[in-house]
Design a protein around this ligand. Structure first.
Ligand code: ZN
Length: 351
């Protein structure tokens, strides 16, 4: 049954997928809406829907993203995702493979970067800075709840219509509806907005808010294959930490977040010669993160391998029980490279 439901929803989504076609009964192909696929070659289509067991999955050979259909729909069309979840639930298929609680596993997947932008910081005029909101405002409360340092309230924004706003940034994107979101803009060197993440504002107690966290990333230019968050704020002469989530980066001094596809060991030119420590999420069962870690160690990069006493999966969760200073200490104490990293990595990974 799920096979037919999956197929139906792929067809429903296909209207907004460029060059979509069924290659075989259980194999469909399109340009990848997540990374935008090749910018040079408009006919390149490297996104695939394929069948495994009774479910369809999505895989892009350009950005490397691998999603269940649920995750795919969640990324490109949250509305369709809702219908999909409902329909599968009606068919009695909740708890099946496509229903795995989506995790923030691929903050690295999906995007790109090249410095070629039009000045568009006027875009920010449509948003409200968290700093300028009433403390009783939902978005303000959200930032408080997530314990984001107040000094960053001037670079975080709120919109009640993320869909319209993201269309302004990228008219060709698969926009969501009029959702209210926390907007985390990414800037280039000259302060232009080159992309943004919209984070769903949901309160159902802290934990639920964390797990219902939905990030949507939009970029101003399809040629961008990596978004750097905080790159222009850090001091490259000091140690720089690289994390996966922009919000995570706000807690530890001199930290950036990298959002995008491709080789994560390739750093921005600004960081050439900088001591860099990669701090990936503490998700030893997440294949993608384990693979990233493996790759970083192979490239002799410095990585933080979380000790087993840490149960939380990222800094944003750790901040509830530990101070930023303590977290930084843990990171520094557990930073390894080379053989030592390999050894600790072996103990840490669960897949
Ligand atoms: Zn892709």
């Amino acid at each position: 049954m799920s096979y037919y439901i999956d197929k139906k929803f792929i067809n429903l989504a296909s209207g907004s997928l460029q060059q979509f076609k069924w290659k075989k009964e259980d194999l469909a192909n399109c340009r990848c809406p997540i990374c935008g696929d090749s910018t040079k070659n408009k006919t390149k289509a490297r996104g695939y829907f394929y069948k495994k067991g009774n479910d369809f999955f999505y895989k892009c050979h350009n950005c490397g993203v691998g999603h269940s259909l649920y995750r795919f729909l969640e990324t490109v069309s949250p509305l369709l995702k809702k219908d999909y979840a409902l329909e599968r639930w009606k068919a009695g298929e909740n708890g099946n493979s496509n229903y795995k609680k989506p995790k923030g596993e691929d903050m690295f997947a999906g995007l790109s970067f090249k410095p070629k932008f039009k000045p568009n910081s006027v875009l920010l005029d449509d948003l409200t800075r968290i700093k300028d909101l009433e403390p009783s405002h939902k978005a303000y409360e959200f930032c408080k709840m997530r314990r984001i340092p107040e000094k960053f309230y001037n670079i975080l924004y709120y919109t009640n219509d993320f869909g319209s706003w993201m269309r302004k940034l990228d008219p060709e994107c698969l926009a969501v509806g009029a959702e209210e979101r926390l907007v985390i803009p990414f800037f280039n060197k000259s302060g232009d907005v080159v992309g943004a993440q919209g984070r769903l504002l949901s309160f159902k107690g802290e934990e639920t808010a964390r797990f219902s966290a939905r990030y949507i990333t939009v970029k101003a230019d399809k040629s961008i294959d990596r978004l750097w968050y905080g790159l222009w704020r850090v001091d490259p002469k000091k140690k720089v930490y690289v994390v996966e989530g922009p919000l995570d980066s706000l807690f530890i001094p001199n930290t950036i977040a990298m959002v995008g596809a491709g080789a994560i060991e390739n750093l921005h030119d600004r960081l050439i010669g900088t001591e860099v420590v990669y701090v990936l999420d503490n998700e030893p069962r997440n294949k993608q993160i384990v693979n990233y870690m493996d790759r970083l160690i192979n490239k002799d990069c410095k990585v933080c391998i979380w000790p087993s006493k840490i149960q939380e999966k990222d800094i944003n969760d750790m901040i509830y029980t530990r101070s930023a200073k303590e977290i930084q200490k843990i990171i520094d104490k557990n930073t390894y490279s080379g053989l030592e990293a390999r050894l600790h990595f072996r103990n840490w990974r669960k897949v």
